[in-house]
Every structure is written in C-alpha cells, then in structure tokens.
Design a protein around this ligand. Structure first.
Ligand code: ZN
Length: 235
C-alpha cells in the first residue's frame, strides 16, 4: 500500500504504524504485534536509507538530476515500490518503479555489475518517457505499449532508454549497457555498490562510493531534492 502523506510527486511507502497496547487483548498479542512492527520498521529504514543513498549518489550526474527534478515537478505521481526479490522494472500502468535497493545487475552478461542505484536511474528513465521528458514521440510509444502490450513497443522503449542509461553510467564510472538482453542479478552491499565478479563469484574490482562525510552515513535532507515543493513541505 502506498501513501503520499507529504504530497511528494515521487511517493515512497510510508513507515509502518506502531501498534497501540489498547488494541490488543493481552500482552502476548501485543508483544507479537510489536515484534512484527520492529521487523517492518527495520526493513523500512533499510530501504529508505538505501533509496536516499542512491539518490544522493545519482544526483552527482547532471543528466540524472535534470530528469529527477522533472519527475518531482510533474503533475503525475510516480511511485517507488521496494522489493527484496530478484527483479527491477517500471510498471507503466501504475507509474511504479519496482526496485530492490541492493540488487546489482549485470547488463551484458560479462560479470560487470551496475549498482542498484543505476537500476533505479534506468527505471526512472522509463518514468521520464511516460511523462514526456524525452518528447512526445516516445511518450506516444508508451501509450501504444500500455494499450497493446506488444513486444515491439517495449523494445523501442528499451532501446530509447539505453542512451540515457549509458550517459548516467559513464558519468558515474559504471559499466555501460551495450545491448538489451537478459540481465543477471547479485545482492550488493548497498545501493551504490558495483563491480566485476569473476568466475569464482568474487568481486575483482569492487568499487564502493562513499557519501561525504563517509562514516557514519547520514542521509542528506530529502527536502533538498524536492525543488519548488520544498518550501511547502518545510512549513
Ligand atoms: Zn528498461
């Protein structure tokens, strides 16, 4: 379930609600509810920390920053749905990015893994296509794809998204994608971790970006990225 309590244009799942003692018949029930809540809260914090880490990292790239600010200022609402499964995709029907915050992706089948942050940038590229950021022609292709669900349109959207993906990748020093093929995934240390995995399964050039100051990690003020909405939200 997604809520948009702050009126953000990119809506993030809200934190779980703490159970109240009065709502439970006995202490055991309440204790169990509290345990579930603590687990959900830990997962929520993990996801959100990795989300803001990814955004802070990606905002170093002006090409991504421009798209992100465009989506923030869109009249449409775009959603981020966190998942812990081996998947990452953009659902044009619900305008939702499905994203695993620590899942790296090998885009070319050579063991070069993009960070989860790059996957997020890629999926936000699709949101930009739908929002008209890349012009009316590709926006029309999105409409055709939504209407027909035909592979031809999907392939056109993927091919169109590749230059954006690679521009961001090159800017951030990550592996580029040279063809649209089946990707393989790997659980990384965090949303910005990327690198090459050799045949025995070990990273040979793990390349881990650190936010500044590096430790301890404190997410940047999320309002800093919200553009014109920031003033409204700070009140
Ligand atoms: Zn794609």
């Amino acid at each position: 379930m997604f809520v948009d309590p702050l009126g953000l244009i990119i809506a993030l799942p809200s934190a779980p609600i703490e159970p109240q003692r009065d709502d439970y018949k006995n202490d055991k029930q309440y204790y169990l509810a509290l345990r579930v809540y603590q687990t959900e809260l830990a997962i929520h914090n993990f996801n959100m920390t990795n989300y803001w880490r990814a955004i802070e990292y990606l905002m170093q790239c002006p090409v991504f920053a421009e798209l992100y600010i465009h989506l923030m200022n869109s009249k449409e609402t775009y959603y981020i749905a966190f998942t812990d499964r081996d998947t990452g995709y953009y659902d044009f029907l619900s305008r939702t990015v499905h994203w695993n915050p620590v899942l790296g992706a090998d885009m070319n089948g050579r063991g070069d893994f993009n960070s989860a942050a790059m996957v997020l940038a890629h999926e936000m590229g699709h949101a930009g296509q739908q929002d008209g950021y890349f012009g009316d022609k590709i926006k029309e292709t999105v409409r055709s794809y939504v209407r027909t669900n035909k592979d031809d349109f999907r392939d056109e959207l993927e091919n169109h998204n590749m230059p954006f993906h690679n521009t961001v990748a090159i800017n951030l020093g990550q592996p580029t994608r040279d063809r649209y093929t089946v990707v393989t995934f790997h659980i990384m240390e965090n949303s910005t971790d990327f690198g090459k995995i050799d045949s025995s399964g070990f990273f040979t050039n793990r390349n881990n970006w650190s936010p500044r100051p590096p430790v301890p990690y404190t997410p940047l003020d999320p309002f800093a990225f919200l553009g014109p909405n920031a003033a409204k939200l700070r009140q």
